[in-house]
Design a protein around this ligand. Structure first.
Ligand code: VTB
Length: 334
């Protein structure tokens, strides 16, 4: 039985996936100003404010359904916040800045990201940890949450025609992953430790030529839902399970209709139906270029994926800060 309840499709509509691209671009441009400034909170606040303002140009009646659980009165874009200029009802999951610490330290792979779906098509997970395994299309249906790591590695390697010691597995660099990393290394897999940003790690795993083959580990539930949306767009799969730290978190899940906290949740359990995912690079990573400043402007790279339009679009945008159109004449092609 699906945890998502009855399927309320958007039905016939003009797709607005391109508008969502401008929303993550605005947030990335704002966060880009804080790269290397050592202030993750300021970077995140700037991204949130810019994203909120950019949403006001999008013809949706959006509701943030998963994310930071704060009072929406004092915390813009927290769960329950309304976004958009009014229009089609839409559920939104976002990370205005995924990787605030990366930005603060001037490191690689921070993004601004959101996903949009028809109301009811996103599982309303509480803010907590989740165990996740994300893989690309060839390995769909072949990894299991309850299987040994070694078995999952064999399955992923087999699906790609590789040996286990030719796999690259991306893992968040956290003490809670010490045993996982030791097991991966013992099995011979190449382990890539990242500071933050498991959404992009999952996206990279699902992109055939990225060089990354899976993301494994415990990260945020919001990132899990957004990764599931990405997997729907890219044909990959996320297998996940809640990792509660307290009875309160288990209760919070129950309040949202999630009775079995031990259940394995696969992509379709987390998101379903047509959806859009937009991610803009803030700092350059393996998949997306970060914000680059040029004379009187900046350049961004955005990944817009849409299951309805069936595209994966890499959008390069030149943002001119000058009213003079000639300003961009000084720009070189990348
Ligand atoms: C991960 C990571 C995110 O949160 O989901 C992580 O991908 C999980 O929380 O970028 P901890 O930092 O507590 O491990 C983020 O770092 C975002 O905050």
């Amino acid at each position: 039985m699906s945890l998502l309840g009855p399927d309320k499709e958007w039905g016939e509509y003009r797709c607005m996936c391109r508008e969502f691209g401008a929303v993550t671009e605005a947030a990335a441009l704002a966060a880009g100003r804080w790269v290397g400034q050592g202030d993750p909170e300021a970077a995140e606040a700037a991204a949130v404010e810019a994203m909120r303002a950019a949403f006001a140009q999008v013809p949706i009646s959006g509701t943030v359904v998963v994310g930071k659980e704060r009072d929406p009165q004092t915390s813009p874009l927290a769960v329950g916040s309304r976004v958009g200029m009014g229009g089609r009802p839409t559920d939104i999951v976002l990370r205005a800045l995924e990787g605030a610490n990366i930005v603060a330290r001037g490191q690689a792979g921070a993004i601004s990201v959101l996903t949009a779906a028809a109301p009811g098509n996103v599982l309303q997970v509480p803010e907590m940890y989740m165990q996740k395994i994300a893989v690309g299309a060839p390995a769909v249906g072949k990894v299991e949450m309850e299987a040994d790591i070694e078995q999952n590695l064999e399955a992923i390697a087999d699906s790609l025609g590789l040996k286990v010691n030719e796999l690259t597995i991306v893992v968040l660099d956290r003490p809670r992953h010490d045993d996982l990393v030791a097991t991966l290394r013992r099995a011979g897999a190449r382990v890539k430790l990242i500071q933050d940003g498991d959404v992009m790690a999952s996206i990279a795993a699902a992109i055939r030529d990225s060089g990354d083959h899976a993301h494994i580990g415990i990260g945020g539930s919001t990132e899990g839902v957004i990764s599931a949306a990405a997997m729907q767009c890219l044909g990959g799969e996320i297998v996940s399970k809640f990792w509660p730290l307290s009875r309160r978190e288990i209760e919070a899940a129950r309040e949202r209709g999630i009775e079995d906290i031990e259940a394995t949740l696969r992509t379709e359990d987390l998101v379903r139906g047509d959806l859009v995912l937009s991610a803009t690079g803030v700092t350059s990573g393996d998949v997306l270029q970060g914000v680059e400043y040029r004379h009187e402007g900046a350049r961004t790279q955005t990944l817009v994926m849409c299951t309805k339009c069936r595209h994966v679009r890499f959008v390069e945008t030149v943002h001119s800060f000058s009213p003079d159109p000639k300003a961009v004449a000084f720009w070189k092609v990348r």
